[in-house]
Structure formats: structure tokens, C-alpha cells
Design a protein around this ligand. Structure first.
Ligand SMILES: C[S@@+](CC[C@H](N)C(=O)[O-])C[C@H]1O[C@@H](n2cnc3c(N)ncnc32)[C@H](O)[C@@H]1O
Length: 442
């Protein structure tokens, strides 16, 4: 493992790279200690390895509780040492008034904590994973009231109380995603022990599911990292420009001082209110695109993604209003409502403005940039197929060329994170689109 811990002035420790690593390198791969599926995924994925039900995989239900599903006997056996601690009590627990009155996110927390307590009851106390979890920094709120957990059928007393473990759940809890959409929450003690947060991270956690390794998190370098450089991941979506600092304080107990947060705090002191009228949003979008992609012209629409970060600190004051979360929301709404059925000139122009904002907010190669480039490429292809004449207002005169440029960039960005989550997804879409764009129909 090319990662070592070093003392950090405010965060106890931080992970540092021991050697130079290149973009795409898996820095560490760690197992999941306990996980809980989101409600919408329950019964659709194996509770042990998170593999989704497919035509050739019918999940089997636990006959003891009727609430857990497995690929097969192998997954059920792997889950059983912990699951048997709450299996016979689980149905009574979830229908109890104490559980029923919890909000959805509290129910998830309560079941995750139950799973964690069952792991502690089922596993040898000398387990490194459990010891690492127990040694994690607790969250900021000390008098946190622990949600009701399912009573365990065990006589063995854990040396850790539920409330002690619960204090470590909030700030050491990862959203497990497939194709960059959350499907479950999980505890990965070693990753929690190692990685601090930055809104401009140089690494990204991806998840893979299989029966052999169950659920695994891999921390991937998103760019080349020098020996001695701190390795950080982002705990929240950096695009939460207005709210992320509150989340850090409330959930994690720190104030983020990364270059992006420092620049934002200065910008916020003078920025005007966000634009509301359609005309103001359109004018701001155009100025933003011209600033981020100065080489973009109507004759050659090759988008050049800046290879070094266009810093928020050097954003002209006239563009500071673009950094309100509501502006990004306006643009993404405009893009998604027009990108399937048109008008395509609106979709392509608002989509380019979203890309300009993403390039400012996210670090180079962040998957959201690649996913958005894929959407832009699909939109340009749809425009070519359904409305070959985009009309005089659009600056994109050759949608097929534009689709190719966006596809190439999307491939470059998404290749760095590599295969993750379920089969299919963006990797498959890239392949299909590449096939269409290389066909004779252009
Ligand atoms: C998942 S742990 C990270 C590992 C931790 N540094 C350690 O030594 O165990 C999360 C906690 O680390 C601290 N932390 C993480 N990122 C930080 C940052 N950028 N600045 C200050 N504290 C941070 C906070 O206390 C947070 O609740």
C-alpha cells in the first residue's frame, strides 16, 4: 500500500502518498464491515454482496425473517454469522412503534447500527477491522441520542456500547454507489481511518460487488500524485456550494479550508444575489462559457478541458454570481428537460454552461465531469438524428463533430475511475455511442 499516515494539525492524522502514483492507480482496496441498502434497493439486491437481481439471478429470501435477500446459499452463509444475531427479532423490531416513528434516514441509521452491533457480537474481538472502527474519531455531537436497534440474540457482551459506536457512524459512513448513484450506506473502517476531506480531492472512492470480495471500496488516484502529497477524498458532492460548509461542521465537526472553500468564502462577501430571470441566466451562462473555454469558437467546437484547475480565486468579480447553487440548479433543469426532446439548441447551450461550472467546481477528472460530457455527447447525437437543422440561434453547426469531441473527453475522464458498480452503466453507454458515431450514418 503506497499510503502512510502522518500527523495532521487539526484532523489527528492524514494519509500521504509514499511514492509517485499515476492517475487511475488504485491506492487501497478495503472491505466493507457493515452496510444497509437504501429502501428502494431492498429486495432488488443481495444483502450480502449487493449484486442486483437480473434475469439470470433470482434472489432468495431468508426464510427466518423474510426481510433479507441473497444471491444463493454462499452469500447467505457468508452473512449468517452476523445476521443470525438479529434474524428472529427483525420483523418484530421493524413493526414496533419505536421503529415506525423514525424518519427514513433514521431507519437506515438504526438498521446500519444493528448490523454493526451484530458484527461486533459475531466476530472475534481481536479483529483488526473492528478495532480500527472503534478507534475512529467520533462525530461532533456528544449527546447524540442513539436510534432504537434490533435486540440481538447473544449473551456475549460487547466492550463497546451502541451509543459509542453510533457516534462514529455519522462521520465515518460512506454512500455506496453504482454508476455514481447511491444504493446503500456502508462502514469501511480502514478508509475512514486514512482519508480526510477536500472539496478539490485527488482521489475518489469507487465500489465493486462480487461474491468473492463482497462489497469492496477502492480509492483511485484521479490525477498523478507526487510522493509526500496528502491524499484526500470528498465527503460530499463539491457542487453543494451553499450548504457543504454546514454539513462539514454539523456532521463531521470541522471547517473546510481547502482552496475552493477559501476562495468561496471571500467571493460570498461581495457576490450579488443569484440571477432569476431567464434572460439574466442566459447572459451569465454565455459569459461563463467564454471565460472557462476561451478557445471555443463557432467554427471549431473542440472543447478544451483545462488541464490545470481554473481557480475560483481568479474568477472575475462579474462572474461571482454564477457560484450560487440555484444558478447550477437552473442550468441543470434547463439542460435535462431539453436534452431528450429538444429544443436542442437550448439543451446544448445550457449543457455547455453546466460543463463550464463543473470545470470550475470539481477537480480535473472528477467523474461528474465525465458523466456530463457523456450526456452532452448523447444530446448532440439526438439533435443530429431528430433535428438535423438546429436553427439559426445555435452556435453548434456540426452536432456530430461536437458529439465526437464530447465522447472522447468523456472516455478520457471516466477511464480514470474505470469499471465500478453493476455491469453496464456509463461504460456501456460510451461503447454504444462510440459505435453509433463511427457508423456510416454521419
Ligand atoms: C473519516 S475521519 C478521517 C480520518 C481522521 N483524520 C483520523 O485520523 O482518523 C473523519 C474525521 O476526520 C476529521 N477531518 C477530515 N477531514 C478534515 C479536514 N479537511 N479538516 C479538518 N478535519 C478533518 C474530522 O474530525 C472528521 O470527522
Amino acid at each position: 500500500m503506497p499510503v502512510v499516515l502522518q500527523a495532521h494539525p487539526t484532523a489527528r492524522d492524514t494519509a500521504v502518498s509514499e511514492t509517485r502514483v499515476s492517475a487511475g492507480t488504485v491506492l487501497v482496496a478495503v472491505p466493507c464491515l457493515a452496510q444497509v441498502l437504501l429502501g428502494a434497493e431492498k429486495g432488488r439486491r443481495c444483502d450480502c454482496c449487493l449484486t442486483p437481481e437480473e434475469a439470470d439471478l433470482r434472489l432468495r429470501r431468508c426464510s427466518g425473517c423474510g426481510s433479507y435477500w441473497y444471491c444463493d446459499a454462499q452469500c447467505q452463509r457468508a452473512h449468517w454469522p452476523a445476521h443470525k444475531k438479529y434474524c428472529s427479532n427483525f420483523a418484530r423490531y421493524t413493526s414496533s412503534p419505536a421503529f415506525a416513528q423514525l424518519q427514513t434516514h433514521q431507519k437506515l441509521d438504526a438498521v446500519l447500527l444493528t448490523h454493526l452491533l451484530a458484527e461486533f457480537a459475531a466476530t472475534d474481538t481481536s479483529s483488526e477491522e473492528l478495532a480500527t472502527f472503534a478507534s475512529l474519531l467520533p462525530g461532533p455531537v456528544s449527546g447524540l441520542s442513539c436510534p432504537p436497534t434490533c435486540p440481538l440474540t447473544t449473551s456475549r457482551k460487547s466492550s463497546h456500547s451502541a451509543s459509542e459506536l453510533y457516534r462514529r457512524c455519522g462521520n465515518n459512513n460512506f454512500a455506496i454507489h453504482s454508476h455514481f448513484t447511491t444504493i446503500a450506506h456502508g462502514i469501511f473502517p480502514l478508509a475512514s481511518r486514512l482519508f480526510n476531506h477536500s472539496c478539490l480531492p485527488n482521489a475518489f472512492p469507487k465500489y465493486t460487488f462480487d461474491r468473492q470480495h463482497r462489497v469492496q471500496m477502492s480509492i483511485v488516484a484521479m490525477r498523478d500524485i507526487e510522493a509526500g502529497e496528502e491524499i484526500c477524498i470528498s465527503y460530499v458532492d463539491p457542487a453543494l456550494l451553499d450548504t457543504r460548509q454546514q454539513i462539514f461542521q454539523f456532521t463531521y465537526g470541522f471547517t473546510c479550508t481547502c482552496p475552493s472553500c477559501t476562495a468561496l468564502s471571500i467571493i460570498r462577501r461581495t457576490a450579488s444575489p443569484p440571477p432569476i430571470s431567464e434572460a439574466d441566466i442566459t447572459s451569465l451562462s454565455t459569459r461563463l462559457v467564454n471565460h472557462v473555454f476561451p478557445r471555443l469558437s463557432s467554427s471549431d467546437l473542440s472543447i478544451a478541458l483545462p488541464s490545470t484547475l481554473p481557480s475560483l480565486a481568479t474568477l472575475p468579480p462579474s462572474l461571482h454570481v454564477a457560484l450560487h447553487e440555484s444558478f447550477l440548479t437552473h442550468l441543470t433543469d434547463r439542460f435535462s428537460s431539453a436534452s431528450h426532446e429538444g429544443p436542442f439548441d437550448v439543451a446544448l447551450e445550457s449543457g455547455l454552461a453546466v460543463l463550464a461550472l463543473y470545470v470550475l467546481i470539481y477537480p480535473p477528472n472528477y467523474p461528474q465531469i465525465g458523466l456530463h460530457l457523456l450526456e452532452l455527447s448523447k444530446t448532440a447525437w439526438n439533435a443530429h438524428v431528430t433535428s438535423p437543422d438546429l436553427g439559426p440561434s445555435t452556435f453548434i453547426t456540426d452536432p456530430v463533430h461536437y458529439a465526437r469531441v464530447c465522447l472522447d473527453l468523456a472516455q478520457q475522464v471516466l477511464r480514470i475511475v474505470g469499471p465500478e458498480g453493476d455491469p453496464g452503466g456509463p461504460a456501456k453507454e460510451l461503447e454504444v455511442l462510440a459505435g453509433l458515431l463511427s457508423g456510416g450514418d454521419t
